[in-house]
Design a protein around this ligand. Structure first.
Ligand code: HEC
Length: 106
């Protein structure tokens, strides 16, 4: 009986650690796969960077925008204006686009 109790506690601890690792990633595995299908060079790291850049740089003058609220063409036009507003470098622009088009707008 004690052994079973001990085993359950160990299993519970392992399960908690495992789910913590997965949920600390900001994306689901399926989203990552989608992003990689569109941007073969995308990695978890580039997507995490794109997310951080989007959240930091695109909320400096107004609330964080919701790209999915706009028609795709409208979004693209607004976004290209905002690249200039936010003075993004080419690589910052690419990382943000990868995150938005790969993860938010699937
Ligand atoms: C330096 C300030 C500034 C930064 C940084 C900035 N914006 Fe804006 N944004 C504005 C201003 C000003 C407007 C309203 C005028 C306009 O639409 O051109 C606006 C409007 C918007 C709108 C609403 C447009 C509409 O027609 O409803 C969206 C969406 C948007 N920005 C997205 C972004 C994104 C994405 C980024 C990051 C790449 C960003 N913004 C960074 C200044 C900024």
């Amino acid at each position: 009986m004690r052994n079973i109790l001990y085993l359950s506690i160990v299993l519970l601890a392992v399960a908690c650690t495992a789910s913590k690792t997965t949920s600390s990633l900001p994306f689901e595995a399926a989203d990552l796969a989608n992003a990689k299908a569109k941007y073969p060079s995308a990695t978890t790291e580039t997507l995490v960077q794109g997310k951080a850049l989007f959240e930091n740089r695109c909320s400096a003058c107004h609330g964080l925008p919701k790209p999915a609220k706009f028609e795709r063409n409208t979004w693209n036009k607004i976004y290209s204006k905002m690249v200039l507003e936010a003075k993004l470098t080419t690589s910052e622009d690419e990382l943000i686009q990868e995150y938005i088009n790969g993860i938010i707008l699937k």
